[in-house]
Design a protein around this ligand. Structure first.
Ligand code: IMP
Ligand code: MG
Length: 179
């Protein structure tokens, strides 16, 4: 396979710096709200790296749960047809849930997830996304924490994929031209 043309958008160092600040903010906010323990819901597959690094900067006790969502197939535009590919294993009842996503693009996946979580009887839900494409949002979402707002590029790396590849890049890069 031909190597893609990638421009580095956020280096590994830049990502870690931002994560540290996000983790501190999240910690302070929950502490100020008197919440002593949270449940971090990692949205697979894209946010496994982000979640792993972010939680090391969160200073309150937490549990991790995982949900698998798929909306894209292999295309670069959201199909809007979101399906759960892996169910959450444990009950979220009474928990303060922090949803951790790699990227919010159209917002349709997150909208679906919020609806899916409605019947789980959580105590609270907050959303944290590493990347947000504000100009692509098709729906209003209560996003609490955003790592970076980006233009309408297709990005890969640091968990984000194109056709399942590039998740292992330590940086976020923009795909250019034909791929
Ligand atoms: P949405 O439903 O349009 O908000 O898309 C959310 C999902 O699409 C994300 O969780 C990603 O898996 C995928 N996605 C959206 N934009 C990109 C991108 O630029 N690169 C890689 N995946 C993306
Ligand atoms: Mg995702």
């Amino acid at each position: 396979m031909q190597k893609p043309k990638l421009d580095v958008l956020y280096s590994a160092a830049t990502l870690q710096q931002r994560l540290e600040a996000l983790g501190q903010q999240i910690t302070e906010d929950y502490q100020q709200a008197g919440i002593e323990e949270i449940c971090v819901l990692c949205v697979l597959k894209g946010s496994f790296l982000f979640t792993a690094d972010l939680i090391r900067h969160i200073g309150i006790p937490l549990r991790c749960e995982f949900i698998g969502l798929s909306s894209y197939g292999n295309a670069q535009v959201s199909s809007g047809n979101v399906v759960v590919t892996q169910a959450i294993q444990n009950s979220l009842e009474g928990q303060d849930v922090l949803v951790v996503e790699d990227i919010i693009d159209s917002g349709l996946s997150m909208h679906f997830l919020l609806q899916h979580l409605q019947e789980k009887k959580t105590r609270s839900i907050k959303i944290c996304t590493l990347l947000l494409k504000p100009d692509h949002l098709k729906i209003k979402l209560p996003i609490d924490y955003t790592g970076f707002e980006i233009a309408n590029h297709f990005v890969v790396g640091y968990g984000l994929d194109f056709k399942g590849l590039y998740r292992n890049l330590p940086y976020v890069g923009v795909m250019r031209g034909e791929h």
